[in-house]
Design a protein around this ligand. Structure first.
Ligand code: CP
Ligand code: NVA
Length: 308
């Protein structure tokens, strides 16, 4: 995890080493099998959760997780504090650091989270930005581990928009030694920065960015998709639905994957768009388990960042 002035942040998956990631997954598994262990770990600690975008999973899993660890979540909507408008990031970071033990933030610009992380003296956790969603992909990795037991040699295929999930998955796959294919239109590839970072982290894995979803899905052990229209892109809805029409997880695509392949979705899902209802239903138990794993992973992240 990135460490400066004796504190750690989780702003990008690039803040983690492979051993950090493996330790987080291990701890999350322990917490899942014994949810009341560590029930005093965050006793008398307050954690701020700031949301500039809607959330079900991230907000509730962090709030429940903090409560289970004995701490107190304080959730605020961004328009109550308007970072960068009502006051600048530096002042907010410094003031919040005098009140709380960690800050979780969901916002638009990755740079805003980086600035908050730079100025806060307490850990800052990215609860989703336009560029990344680290908490999500760590939970995805836990879900993969529960089914396949290990990562090396697996192929994960992300089908759809080269968005925040795709960017974080690239780094996550590199750290976990998994091959990764992203099947997306050429106009909506993951950011070059993340492709290059993933190659640098692990030059041995296969990284295939292709506009052919069938090529991406071929022999994959994990098929993964996400909305075609991320939060903040609502005005592009019509064009996006046209651009991504061929990038759907459906039974024909599933046939190309490994015979034991699973399907993941970070949710919220738009059945009939990025995934067909039949495929979603076939894998719904795994997908809901993937959502549950957010809780165990958020607890592990907080414990690693705050109490170690
Ligand atoms: N997957 C996820 O982050 O869900 P929310 O947007 O509901 O938090
Ligand atoms: N790409 C989606 C992820 C939602 C969890 C979004 O940013 O809206």
């Amino acid at each position: 995890m990135s460490k400066s002035a004796n504190k750690k942040n989780l702003i990008s998956m690039a803040n983690l080493s492979t051993s950090d990631l493996i330790e987080l997954i291990q701890l999350a598994q322990e917490l899942k099998s014994d949810p009341v262990s560590k029930s005093n770990a965050l006793k008398n600690m307050d954690i701020a959760l700031i949301f500039a975008k809607p959330s079900l999973r991230t907000r509730i899993s962090f709030e429940v997780g903090i409560n289970q660890l004995g701490g107190h979540p304080i959730t605020i909507k961004m328009d109550e504090i308007s970072i960068g408008e009502r006051e600048d990031v530096k002042d907010i970071a410094n003031v919040l650091s005098r009140y709380v033990k960690a800050i979780v933030i969901r916002t638009f610009e990755q740079e805003q989270i980086e600035l908050l992380g730079k100025h806060a003296s307490v850990p800052v956790i990215n609860g989703l930005s336009n560029d990344e969603h680290p908490c999500q992909v760590i939970a995805d990795l836990l879900t993969i581990k529960e089914i396949f037991n290990s990562f090396s040699g697996l192929k994960i295929a992300f089908i759809g928009d080269g968005n925040n999930i795709a960017n974080s998955l690239l780094l996550c796959a590199a750290l976990a030694d998994m091959n990764i294919a992203i099947g997306c239109p050429n106009t909506h590839k993951p950011k070059t920065k993340y492709i290059e970072q993933a190659k640098k982290i692990n030059p041995k894995i296969d990284i295939n960015i292709t506009d052919n979803p069938m090529d991406a899905a071929k022999d994959a052990h994990v098929l993964y998709t996400d909305t075609w229209i991320s939060m903040g892109q609502e005005s592009e809805q019509k064009n996006r639905k046209q651009s991504f029409a061929n990038y759907q997880i459906n039974k024909n695509l599933l046939k190309l994957a490994d015979k034991n392949a699973i399907v993941l979705h970070c949710l919220p899902a738009h059945k009939g768009e990025e995934i067909t209802e039949d495929v979603f239903e076939k894998f719904s138990n795994i997908i809901y388990n993937q959502a549950e794993n957010r809780l165990h992973v958020e607890k592990a992240i907080l414990l690693k960042l705050i109490s170690e």
